[in-house]
Design a protein around this ligand. Structure first.
Ligand code: UDP
Ligand code: MG
Length: 137
């Protein structure tokens, strides 16, 4: 059983895709074990994306991630980390496989609707960034 952290980003919330994202996870047999809607400050977004602090897109990304509410969730199931990444599609919607969330809905490489942890190590950091043990069911 794996756990991963997923986010419906501000563009996904604005486009009314909260249910669509959750539906795709549930249809693949994954279970939502924690969920909330929050509005990150820029500092909050910078802390979440701290691994990208040296990248040229860090400022723009963290401004985008704090421009409106997001839905954060912990998702669990067998191979949850890689299954969520498959459902999401490649970072750049131009490279994303047909039928993935990013291919279907993302505007560009930055505004790509959804986040999913890329490894067990990042999943642990990201889950604890948003959820206390009392919020995980
Ligand atoms: N991003 C961007 N420009 C890039 C690469 C990434 O704006 O050239 C944004 C995009 O929103 C992406 C996030 O930064 O989802 C984190 O990047 P990462 O490489 O971790 O992609 P992901 O794991 O989300 O597919
Ligand atoms: Mg990533």
């Amino acid at each position: 059983m794996e756990k991963t952290l997923s986010i419906v980003k501000p563009d996904g919330v604005k486009k009314n895709l909260i249910g669509e994202v959750i539906k795709r996870f549930e249809q693949q047999g994954l279970r939502v074990a924690a969920l909330k809607m929050i509005h990150l400050t820029e500092e909050g977004a910078k802390g979440f994306y701290i691994v990208h602090r040296q990248r040229p897109f860090y400022e723009s990304l963290t401004r985008f991630m704090s421009e409106g509410p997001i839905v954060v969730m912990m998702v669990e199931g067998e191979k949850a980390i890689s299954i969520v990444r498959e459902i999401m599609g490649a970072t750049n919607p131009k490279d994303a496989a047909p039928g993935t969330i990013r291919a279907d809905f993302a505007a560009d490489i930055e505004h790509n609707i959804v986040h999913g942890s890329d490894s067990q190590e990042s999943a642990e950091f990201e889950i604890s960034y948003f959820f206390s043990s009392l919020e995980i069911h």
